[in-house]
Design a protein around this ligand. Structure first.
Ligand code: TAP
Length: 463
């Protein structure tokens, strides 16, 4: 295939990747985005196979069939709640691939005089270092989320200094390689140190914080792949790596902001400890908590004009989304206006609520982002909070001593009445009490969210 045709087809691929990202930004077009991205990837792979000098086809093809087969089966079988660990796994192997290519390039080019220019060396070092950190860090993230190792933060004295020394040592090998050192073991040592750093960097971070870390590691993989693109002089790798790096960085920043954490807090491994501190400050509630029966709540809902459903992590745990949809349909049939308020970090992964509600075929038009829905709460008769906690806690607005102070929340407390579905008075992810539960307009409907919603459906039908 001629160089011009190759470049043109690679350009088509790049455009499909950019359009795919654009479409992925809305649930209504996300499926099209995914298909477009996959199409672009098929074109990129086909064009790469058509390059002159492409050898080892019989080694590559079985690898592709094996990896592709595993990916397809895993993606079809994975439960929505296990999606973060699957993303970690897939992201990690991307970083690992970048590190392996760096090793192969260094091995192939070092013996050829004049082939290892300083820019190539730098690209090799960066893709080996960042790719290895991303690989081992993602594997630890996967193991934590899959409960293969303890999900709690694992800390020990001198951790941060030790990590800095490790990273410094890996960087020293990198600088030496850039300066002209060509010993193969030097790159192997750099990779070994980086792998260890990736493990130790993620260990002190609590399991529930992993989605943010995975997004950060995703950005790392993107950068490693972009560096690989410079190594191989391949524009598609450079651009797609940069797209992944930029979008991963944005996602990390957006999640940190929505959780009221700084990026420095992410980078320096204070994660998870926030939960411990918060748990320590969580005092027993002082106000009165009022609980209601499903029948009482059914009357409130059925005779309301406007209801806003606020889903959270508990809805995902209970897998109540289909029943929630059924309840909403019943209410709408009675003339109640129903919307869903989606907080950007409700649940445990980006878009968690959107995905669950899309699975239950809730129309996208009913899913309202936080900024859009917040002004509507004062005109709402019932805010029905289903397994959400932190994202509704008014302490984030009013209590500077609260660990979540400053985190944007859904203004549920401004609704005329609030019904909270949860099993107990236990706190949510941040480990703190929620003063919403003792406010006069709030009633609690205790029980598993799925059971409670099924009871509500029966009670509304019986009216
Ligand atoms: P949380 O604050 O974690 O609260 C979830 C609530 O659901 C708990 O209080 C729990 O109370 C209840 N629950 C659990 N299982 C239930 C079940 N089967 N039936 C009924 N209720 C159940 O959830 P949220 O409001 O969605 O907030 C998310 C939190 O996770 C935020 O603090 C956020 O910063 C954090 N976080 C989010 C992400 C992303 S990207 N979404 C990533 C990492 C961390 P009971 O035990 O009493 O039932």
């Amino acid at each position: 295939m001629s160089k011009n045709l190759t470049d043109m087809l690679y350009l088509v691929t790049i455009v499909t990747f950019i359009l795919a990202l654009h479409y992925l930004s809305s649930p209504a077009t996300a499926r099209r985005g995914n298909q477009l991205g996959a199409l672009g990837m098929v074109v990129a792979v086909a064009v790469t196979f058509a390059q002159p000098g492409m050898g080892n086809i019989w080694l590559i093809l079985p690898g592709m069939v094996l990896g592709g087969g595993f990916g397809a089966v895993a993606a079809r079988r994975v439960k929505m709640t296990a999606m973060p660990q699957m993303v970690a796994l897939f992201n990690g192997v991307g970083g690992g691939a970048a590190a392996l290519i760096a090793m192969a390039e260094f091995h192939n080019l070092a013996p050829l005089p004049g082939h290892l220019h300083v820019d190539t060396r730098l690209a090799i070092v960066l893709s080996a270092l960042i790719g290895s950190v991303s690989f081992s860090g993602s594997m630890i993230a996967f193991a934590k989320l899959q409960d293969l190792i303890d999900g709690r933060p694992i800390t020990y004295p001198g951790q941060k200094v030790g990590n800095l020394i490790l990273l410094g040592a890996a960087a020293a090998f990198g600088i030496a390689i850039c300066a002209g050192w060509e010993a193969q073991w030097a790159l192997a040592a750099l990779i070994g140190l980086s792998l260890l750093f990736g493990v130790l960097f993620v260990l002190p971070i609590g399991g529930a914080d992993m989605p943010v870390v995975i997004s950060l590691l995703n950005a790392f993989t993107g950068l490693a792949v972009a560096a690989t693109g410079f190594e191989l002089e391949n524009n598609v790798l450079i651009v797609s790596g940069m797209l992944v790096g930029a979008s991963g960085t944005f996602l990390t920043m957006m999640m940190s902001k929505a959780m009221n954490r700084s990026i420095a807090n992410v980078l320096f491994g204070a994660f998870g400890q926030v939960t411990e501190q918060a748990a320590a400050t969580a005092a027993g509630g002082t106000g009165t908590v009022r609980s209601a029966s499903a029948e009482d709540v059914a009357i409130m809902l059925a005779y309301a004009q406007r209801v806003i459903i606020v889903p959270g992590y508990g809805m995902a745990v209970a897998q109540a989304q289909h029943d929630v949809r059924q309840l909403a349909d019943l209410l709408e049939a009675r003339g109640v206006k129903v919307d869903y308020a989606i907080h950007p970090v409700a649940g445990r992964m980006p878009g968690h609520m959107n995905v669950l509600l899309a699975e239950a075929n809730v129309p996208y038009t009913q899913l309202k982002e936080m900024d859009e829905i917040n002004p509507s709460f004062p005109q709402t008769d019932v805010a029905l909070v289903i397994g959400a906690n932190d994202v509704t806690n008014p302490a984030a607005r009013s209590n500077p001593a609260s660990p979540i102070y400053g985190m944007p929340i859904l203004d549920v407390d401004k609704a005329k009445s609030v019904v909270v579905l949860k099993r107990s008075m236990n706190p949510g992810f941040a480990g703190i009490d929620n003063e919403l539960y003792t406010e006069p307009q709030t009633v609690m409907l205790f029980g598993d969210a799925k059971d409670s919603v099924l009871n509500l459906i029966a009670a509304v039908k019986a009216l």
